[in-house]
Design a protein around this ligand. Structure first.
Ligand SMILES: C[S@@+](CC[C@H](N)C(=O)[O-])C[C@H]1O[C@@H](n2cnc3c(N)ncnc32)[C@H](O)[C@@H]1O
Length: 256
């Protein structure tokens, strides 16, 4: 039976390497592990979820595709249903960045014996990247994609401690706004063309609204917050301008 995956899950599947042993944490419908086994990219997977309804949905998908032997469903929070060293790749997709972070930090002995984390947070990507950096785990690839009018970021992280490579990603982002920018949009993604620019434009609009709201407050916390957001806004404006300049140079130099 052929299977169509949403674009977001296709990108995650692309980051999985041939022959990985994988756990899809917070699997819900189980589409990702089923697709990966059907496509021959992996042989086995564990699909976990904190709630019984999603576990049942995953079992149904797995049964429908005749993959009961290849994909095991386990009920439980975060990494608790997994053993240390049981899989080499962890996928955490479709959940908030703070949830993904709390899952990774609750069981570091399990999380860090996997070689690779593929993470697709719905928000708070900055918190995750700051955490990866604190561990010296380099982001090896990342991208932004658009589906049904919404932007998503997907990143893949190598869990072999390599402080030099991890720090090199942030070499050009030393002051606070620059660091926030790299954490939020991805130090690899911002150097490539693609939907990252749309993500920056969206965030810029949100920041403009926040700055207007905070301008009404007179207390010192609101004033300080406003100043932080204004500096971030200025950074985004300058970055978009520099991208525009790069695009103009490329167009001027293009063959007519
Ligand atoms: C929106 S669904 C995403 C499903 C799938 N991973 C995807 O990307 O399409 C989020 C799933 O994560 C599960 N979840 C939330 N917190 C969790 C946790 N702490 N541990 C395991 N699963 C969790 C939810 O029950 C839900 O099924």
């Amino acid at each position: 039976m052929r299977m169509e995956l949403p674009k977001r899950l296709q990108q995650i599947a692309f980051f999985v390497e041939q022959g990985d042993s994988l756990a899809d944490v917070g699997t819900d419908h189980g589409l990702l592990p089923v697709f990966l086994v059907l496509s021959g990219k992996i042989k086995r997977a564990i699909a976990t979820d904190i709630a019984s309804g999603p576990c049942q949905a995953a079992r149904n998908t797995i049964r429908r595709h005749g993959l009961n032997e290849a994909i095991e469903v386990r009920l439980g929070p975060g990494l608790a249903p997994l053993q240390r060293g049981e899989v080499n790749t962890l996928v955490l997709a479709g959940m908030g960045g703070s949830t993904a972070l709390s899952i990774l930090t609750a069981h570091p002995e399990i999380a860090q014996t996997a070689h690779r984390w593929i993470v697709q947070p719905m928000n708070n990507g900055d918190k995750l990247r700051a955490y990866f950096r604190s561990l010296g785990f380099p982001i090896s690839d990342e991208t932004w994609l658009e589906e049904n009018g919404r932007l998503y970021q997907v990143m893949t992280v190598c869990t072999v401690r390599d402080v030099g490579t991890s720090e090199a990603l942030y070499r050009d982002y030393t002051h606070p706004e620059a660091e926030w920018f790299a954490y939020s949009f991805g130090p690899l993604a911002v150097n490539r063309s693609g939907l990252v620019e749309e993500a920056v434009v969206q965030t810029k609009k949100q920041l403009m609204d926040i700055v207007v709201q905070l301008a009404r407050g007179r207390n010192p916390v609101a004033v300080e917050q406003r100043s932080i957001f204004q500096r971030r806004l200025n950074w985004l404006t300058e970055w978009l301008k520099s991208r525009g300049d790069v695009m103009n140079v490329v167009c001027e130099n293009s063959p007519s």
